[in-house]
Design a protein around this ligand. Structure first.
Ligand code: ADP
Ligand code: MG
Length: 375
């Protein structure tokens, strides 16, 4: 049985064009089409669409989404627009639409939209977790890779990782990926992308259904090709694709960590214990972050390679930096490097270890926070 589609598009030429695309797709039947949303809503008893494509560029169609949802309770609603607008996207989801498709679309884009949004719908709200380190070699990428995996497994929701460590990005190495496209292409193309087309810039992670990675630059000198404003657009769009967005930021204070900071739900400041100077570096970085009005809420210091990895140590570090330390990760060089070498993560390979336990606790904290409940 073909999947029944109702199309509402005010512009006559566009209506024809989109109709012919839909008619050309196997297993989809264009059951009805209208120029006016009022006409479509008046036909409740006549049609039983399973998918409604609703143009939101004209009239009050955006505000009519709840009415469409009540007249056609068995239909998934995808909005059509000629350009992507994050504010409209947020409203659409609130009103009950499942996703967004830029018009005109090809059969392939249509299928991708149905595939991406059909099952889970667009993310209604997203937790964006940024990871920054005062200095390089902090255990940041190791932490993100393991935490992302833990989040995907525990929550069953979509997790997207953006490798924005423009000079030293190596997230792809951790997962043995050879990226076809990277953050350079994604930020370059962003003005022409929608969530669906952006999704294809993210690489799938083998054997992990819900997790995707936007890999970093292949050469350090590509770093300057990433425009900050475009990067912010990219983050906003990723927020509508993934429930959790994890961003690997460059070390040191950087426009990407500072200017885009209001987009991040939390910023994790990651430092590796190795000799003692890191405490000083963390304190210096804290001076900068303390300018944020809600720093206590938004900033989460994490220390890696902590030995012994115990509560007393966490308390001592908190006293030293005069700020609550969010988490400590044990010294497990062999475990994390052996795991990363074969493209697997220690959080799964060594699931009973203290390393895995501490990472899983960080994931629980993120998941609980968004559901508003408590463990
Ligand atoms: N918890 C840890 N204990 C010991 N060594 C670690 C730990 N986390 C990472 N490392 C090692 O430290 C080095 C840098 O880690 P990485 O995650 O790439 O840091 P960054 O992204 O900050 O450069 C790697 O060799 C990694 O194996
Ligand atoms: Mg790194």
């Amino acid at each position: 049985m073909a999947y029944k589609v109702m199309l509402i598009e005010n512009n006559r030429v566009m209506l024809e064009r989109l109709s012919s695309v839909i008619r050309g797709i196997d297993n989809y039947e264009l059951e009805a089409r209208f120029q006016q949303s009022g006409d479509a809503l008046g036909q409740g008893a006549m049609y039983k669409p399973e998918l409604i494509l609703l143009d939101i560029d004209s009239g009050h169609n955006l505000a009519l989404i709840p009415e469409f949802a009540s007249v056609y309770p068995n239909a998934a609603i995808l909005c059509l627009s000629s350009n992507w607008d994050p504010q409209n996207a947020a409203k659409m989801v609130q009103f009950g639409a499942k996703g967004y498709l830029i018009k005109p679309f090809t059969a392939k884009e249509f299928m991708e939209a149905v595939d991406t949004f059909g099952k889970t719908g667009m993310a209604a709200s997203s937790e964006t977790l940024a990871f920054f380190s005062p200095k390089g070699k902090s255990g940041k990428t190791t932490l993100i890779a393991n935490l992302a995996l833990s989040l995907a497994r525990k929550s069953g929701e979509a997790v997207g990782v953006i490798d924005a460590d423009l000079q030293f990005g190596d997230m792809s190495v951790f997962f043995n990926l050879s990226p076809q496209s990277t953050i350079v292409e994604a930020t370059r193309d962003i003005k022409f992308l929608s969530p669906i087309t952006l999704n294809s810039y993210f690489m799938e992670v083998p054997e992990v259904d819900k997790m995707r990675i936007l890999c970093g630059t292949k050469k350090p000198d590509y770093a300057e090709l990433v425009d900050i404003e475009n990067f912010e657009e990219l983050v906003k769009m990723a927020q509508s694709l993934f429930r959790y967005v994890l961003i690997d930021l460059p070390p040191g204070v950087n426009p990407i960590s500072i200017s885009a900071a209001e987009l991040y739900t939390k910023t994790y400041m990651v430092s590796m214990i190795s000799g003692g100077y890191e405490i000083l570096h963390v304190k210096r970085a804290l001076e900068i972050f303390k300018a944020w009005p809600n720093v206590e809420e938004k900033l989460r210091p994490v220390f890696t390679r902590v030995s012994p990895c115990e509560e007393t140590q966490k308390r001592w570090l908190s006293q030293e930096i005069k700020f609550p330390v969010h988490a400590i990760i044990p010294n497990e060089y062999l475990m994390v490097s052996a795991a990363a070498n074969d493209g697997r993560m220690a959080v799964e390979n060594k699931s009973g270890s203290q390393f895995a336990e501490n990472i899983n606790r960080m994931a629980d904290d993120i998941i609980v926070r968004r559901s508003g409940g408590s463990l």
